[in-house]
Design a protein around this ligand. Structure first.
Ligand code: ATP
Ligand code: FE2
Length: 331
């Protein structure tokens, strides 16, 4: 059984091909890089429309497969930008109808967790998923992936991107903030907002911009922004570990590229005798392989979608999805 997965929740189009054993036969992608400002949903949709077909061709040639050897289509059903999701769903439906093969719509966030497990060997981790659009602390419990914490406003990646744009460093902000933060060790006090198990980054963003505008050195502000935001993320992940008693920590999403975050999370994991895992960078950010692998897991468990039920869900929640394939590995 060969599954092709199409990802397109935001500005990156991804196409991956994965077999039923979890071998990644190909994973290719193309990101839309805006000339200025953030991502416009319509532009993301146009980008997917222009790139899906060439990326399918590229994925087939990378995996040395012909289109008629594909047995299943999986697509990112949500959460994400409406126009972007609709373009991906339309392309996937066309492929399913044309090839007369089943189709399955998958939850993007769970895709991150599952590709993380597949590529690292983690079995039942507490996952910190941090990207431009999402900030979630996820762990399996009673048949579903539950949210042990999430952002109440903007995602951590979005916070770094908005800060970077506001101070004239451009997009994407994460790598720029990281580079400047490395040049400082002067901590400026910024608001630390953990509410129960949830997080908030908008007050921190505004305060960091104000500090810069009031004349603080950019390196010091970047350092303090990272230290504050990452300490918040690590605190909630730590509490999830203590609560669930799980013994693995998995970091994924585009912000996982940050070495300081990795360092802080791996120190915390060690203190709790938990193993720390991170997928190769290629599988940390959005990718088609994670959608294809989710397709395989869902198909094996009889969760194939009728074509009439291939509608998108913009606010598709992680804990909305039954996860029957985890039963055997539940600790
Ligand atoms: P999603 O759809 O899952 O929300 P996304 O569209 O945000 O994903 P990703 O590639 O997962 O895409 O993440 C991009 C984010 O990662 C951006 O906000 C970017 O600033 C951030 N990022 C990239 N590199 C780094 C880094 N070194 N440090 C911190 N953040 C980083
Ligand atoms: Fe993502």
């Amino acid at each position: 059984m060969i599954c092709i997965g199409i990802e397109g929740t935001a500005e990156k189009t991804g196409v991956g091909i994965v077999d039923s054993e979890g071998r990644i036969l190909s994973s290719v992608g193309k990101a839309l890089i805006p000339e200025s400002g953030g991502i416009h949903p319509r532009e993301a949709a146009e980008h997917h429309a222009a790139t899906i077909v060439p990326l399918i061709e590229e994925a087939l040639s990378e995996s040395k497969l012909h289109l008629n050897e594909i047995d299943l289509v999986a697509f990112s059903k949500g959460p994400g930008l409406g126009p972007a999701l609709r373009t991906v769903a339309t392309a996937s439906r066309s492929l399913s109808l044309m090839l007369k093969i089943p189709i399955v719509g998958v939850n993007h966030c769970i895709g991150h967790v599952e590709i993380g497990k597949l590529t690292t060997g983690a079995i039942d981790p507490v996952t910190l998923y941090v990207s431009g659009g999402n900030t979630q602390i996820i762990a399996f419990d009673s048949g579903r992936y539950r949210l042990f914490g999430e952002t109440l406003d903007i995602a951590i990646g979005n916070c770094l991107d908005q800060f970077s744009r506001s101070v004239g460093l451009g997009h994407p902000g994460g790598p720029k903030v990281e580079e400047l933060a490395k040049k400082s060790s002067t901590y400026i006090k910024l608001p630390y907002t953990v509410k129960g198990m949830d997080l908030s980054f908008s007050g921190l963003l505004t305060a960091a911009i104000r500090k810069y505008e009031s004349g603080e050195a950019i390196e010091d502000v970047c350092y303090s922004l990272q230290e504050t935001a990452f300490a918040m993320l690590v605190e909630v992940t730590e509490r999830a570990i203590a609560h669930t008693k799980k013994v693995e920590v998995l970091l994924c999403g585009g912000v996982a590229a940050n070495t300081r975050l990795r360092e802080m999370l791996s120190i915390m994991s060690e203190e709790h005798y938990a193993d720390f895992y991170m997928p190769p960078i290629k599988y940390c950010g959005d990718n088609g392989a994670m959608i294809a692998w989710m397709g395989q897991l869902m198909h094996k468990n009889g969760l194939v979608t009728d074509i009439e039920d291939t509608g998108i869900i913009q606010k598709y929640r992680t804990d909305q999805v039954d996860v029957p394939w985890m039963k055997s590995s539940e600790r």
